[in-house]
Each structure stands twice: as structure tokens, then as C-alpha cells.
Design a protein around this ligand. Structure first.
Ligand code: SAM
Length: 213
């Protein structure tokens, strides 16, 4: 997703301590950033952050980290967090490719990946945020028996991701190729989810548990 440049976004974000540009500094001590011992949940590729902002409002006893590499989307989340006075979110601007530098073993209690880029060409598939290459990195800091929840509009990415889970020590707990018609309660829609479901595309969902340590 290429967005119009917003040169003013980074200076505004740099003034706000809720945005972290050097996450490796906090590896192993994220609870001290939140100043509480509550569990930490991570959304990778959060975009404008509607999903994680809602999650944080509904679950004040959970700490949320929203990660994306584009200032152009994170600025919307930062403004939302400040307007709504949300205390339990921090925002990391970085590429997921370096996540193992940011978090220590067992530091994260849940991961969300929503509508990541499908990268349909075979030679690009390693860039998918659910590719085995990434799942193995996430395993380094996701607690054992903890969950990764995934949503997409893309049927091929969905099917491939189910295989990536199986190949990377995650066991699938629940899957559906029509989330909105399923018995899952309390789904929070993301920006992309609203867009795709409004034109009749079914939302695919899977929840997988990290089975191996
Ligand atoms: C298609 S958008 C989905 C945004 C949001 N999750 C939603 O469902 O509305 C994918 C997001 O993933 C981010 N992204 C893609 N590759 C990434 C990477 N390697 N590291 C971090 N973020 C990434 C993009 O910047 C973009 O904001």
C-alpha cells in the first residue's frame, strides 16, 4: 500500500513518547514502558489502527503494541489514541523483519495480523507477514500456548497461511472462510475489513496456538 507522503507526520510522532522508533532499547523490559505487569499483545501491520484502538479501549488490563513501518498510517493511530485518551497503547515504527531485535523470549502474549499484503507472485511470497520465515521469528518472543489471530480477504493467502502455521509449530485452533457468518462473537473490524466486506468479499479468519517452545 503506497500512501501520499506526509512529511509532517514524523516530526509530530517524534514529539510523542507513545511512539517508539528504537524498540531494541526496550527489549526485555516492555512492561516497564507500560509501568504495569499486564500482558502485552502485539498487532503487526496495524495500518491506521482502528482495530487496536478499539481493543485497547475494551481491555484496559492488557497492554497493546501497534507496529507498522509507515508514518503515513501511524499518525492516524497516534491522533486517535490521544483524542480518546487511551493509555494502554504504544506505537512502534519499524519493519516486522527486525522484530526479534525488539522483543525477548516470552515477552508477547498474543499476536494479531490483519489483512497483510498478499504478495501473490511466488518470488515475493517470503514477504508475507504470515510466511514461515516470519512465524519462526514471532515464535522467539510469543509465549508458548499463546495465540496468533489472522484475518484476510485473500483466499490464496488464507490457504497458504494455514500451511505456514502447520510448518512452523503453530496448531490451528479455529478457522473459518466466512468470519462474519461464523459463531465468533465480538469481532472488531479493521479499516480493510470494512472495505472488503462492504463489497461482498468474505473475511477469512484463523486462530493458531504456538505449540512448540
Ligand atoms: C493492507 S494494510 C492493512 C492495515 C490494517 N491491518 C487493516 O486491516 O486495516 C497492511 C499494513 O501492513 C503494513 N506492513 C506491510 N509490510 C510490513 C512490514 N514488513 N512491517 C511492518 N508493517 C508492514 C503496511 O504498512 C500496511 O499499513
Amino acid at each position: 500500500m503506497r500512501l501520499r507522503k506526509k512529511p509532517w507526520a514524523e516530526p509530530e510522532m517524534r514529539q510523542d513518547p507513545k511512539v517508539i522508533f528504537t524498540p531494541a532499547e526496550f527489549k526485555g523490559r516492555w512492561n516497564s514502558v507500560f509501568k504495569n505487569p499486564n500482558p502485552i499483545h502485539l498487532e503487526i501491520g496495524c495500518g491506521k489502527g482502528q482495530f487496536i484502538a478499539q481493543k485497547a479501549l475494551l481491555n484496559p488490563k492488557i497492554n497493546y503494541i501497534a507496529l507498522d513501518y509507515q508514518n503515513e498510517v501511524l499518525i492516524y493511530l497516534l491522533r486517535k489514541v490521544n483524542e480518546l485518551g487511551i493509555e494502554n497503547i504504544r506505537i512502534i515504527r519499524m519493519r516486522a523483519d527486525f522484530l526479534e531485535d525488539a522483543f525477548d523470549k516470552n515477552e508477547i502474549g498474543k499476536i494479531y495480523i490483519n489483512f497483510c499484503n498478499p504478495w501473490p507472485k511466488e518470488r515475493h511470497q517470503k514477504r508475507r507477514l504470515t510466511h514461515t520465515r516470519f512465524l519462526k521469528k514471532y515464535s522467539l518472543f510469543l509465549k508458548k500456548e499463546s495465540f496468533l489471530e489472522f484475518k484476510t480477504d485473500d483466499a490464496m493467502l488464507y490457504e497458504d497461511t494455514l500451511n505456514y502455521f502447520e510448518d512452523s509449530g503453530f496448531s490451528i485452533q479455529y478457522k473459518t472462510s466466512d468470519l462474519h457468518a461464523s459463531d465468533i462473537k465480538g469481532n472488531i473490524m479493521t479499516e480493510y475489513e470494512k472495505k472488503f466486506s462492504s463489497i461482498g468479499i468474505k473475511i477469512k479468519y484463523a486462530c493458531a496456538k504456538k505449540a512448540l517452545d
